[in-house]
Write a protein that binds this ligand. Structure first.
Ligand SMILES: [Zn+2]
Length: 322
């Protein structure tokens, strides 16, 4: 009797997919880091890693938190999958494949008053993305895709250890108050450098969000919605008017309030995203998109221009402002 060859049962289509995916993505990695990562994000990550003992501490804390967060999400939120909210699940699968990461578990929380999404990932646990029900309700399908792409960017860039450490440092997480007390002894410059890194990491992930988008400007409009809470499903947003609003504050000390923030203000993020739309890297990821007629920005130029908008100290004037 002829025996079945066990190799016949192997799904070669998946193997082919992984092989093709790896060869497609290899040119996008520089020293293991995605080529779209914003320079300041990468530089500060390296700097933080060099602080004696800090990275192992942050990792140990993260490893304590992540199972707790996972259990809490499982307890309180809805887990999406092929059998429920499959459209949301499909978006996560799509973004994960574009960036070449594992498919994250996606939860939807139960608070419609909040517009937010966050990611938790370590080496020891499968990555998780949580999307607020407010965001799901008030963002379009295309805007939701760019948000999930952004969150997958955090996974792709292994931001979670640094991100959770930064949140601990600024007291944004109160699950383990004793740890928070212990961490308050850390110096203000260290805390501010974490916040600065956190803002730079957001720029990296806004770029990932654009790479995963259906349309080039979805990310810009999703960002603009954060300014007014996307209320009443209004879409009459004028990006140029937002820039003019930003210009009126750019030169005043009010802008320094951002120094205590984990995220850049939306106008700065939109300006940084607009630079990315003119970059060589974007059209290497998205050869299906028609590039602008102007000369595309090389990586250094892109990051130099981005720093002008994102750095609180530099506070650069946008080129088309009056
Ligand atoms: Zn983010």
């Amino acid at each position: 009797m002829q025996k079945d060859n066990p190799l016949m049962a192997v799904d070669y289509s998946f193997y082919d997919y992984v092989t093709a995916s790896q060869s497609r993505l290899a040119p996008h990695l520089i020293d293991g880091v995605p080529d779209y990562a914003y320079r300041e994000d990468f530089a500060l990550r390296k700097h933080i890693k060099r602080l004696p003992g800090f990275y192992p501490l942050a990792k140990a804390l993260t490893n304590q938190y992540v199972p707790l967060i996972k259990q809490t999400l499982n307890l309180k939120c809805l887990k999406v999958g092929p059998s429920q909210f499959s459209d949301v699940y499909d978006k996560a699968v799509y973004c994960a494949r574009i960036l070449g990461i594992g498919i994250p578990t996606v939860f939807i929380d139960n608070d419609p008053s909040v517009i937010n999404a966050f990611t938790v990932a370590t080496e020891d646990e499968a990555p998780m993305i949580c999307i607020s029900s407010g965001l799901l309700e008030r963002f379009s399908e295309d805007e939701l895709l760019t948000v999930i792409g952004h969150e997958c960017g955090h996974i792709h860039n292994e931001h979670s250890v640094f991100d959770l450490a930064a949140q601990l440092l600024i007291g944004a997480i109160g699950i383990l108050p004793k740890m928070n007390q212990a961490l308050t002894v850390l110096s203000t410059p260290l805390r501010l450098s974490f916040l600065s890194w956190s803002r730079a990491a957001e720029i990296t992930c806004d770029r990932a969000g654009i790479i995963c988008s259906n349309n080039k400007t979805d990310s810009l409009y999703a960002e603009a919605k954060l300014l007014f809470g996307a209320s009443q499903d209004r879409n009459d947003i004028n990006i140029e008017a937002i820039f003019q609003q930003y210009d009126s504050l750019r030169g005043t000390p009010v802008r320094l309030i951002e120094i205590e923030s984990t995220h850049p203000i939306p106008a700065r993020r939109i300006l940084a995203e607009r630079e990315f739309l003119s970059s060589e890297i974007l059209y290497q990821w998205r050869p299906d998109w028609e590039p602008p007629e102007t000369e595309l920005l090389a990586k250094k130029e892109l990051d130099d221009n981005t720093a002008k908008f994102v750095s609180i100290a530099k506070n650069g004037k946008r080129k088309d402002s009056k």
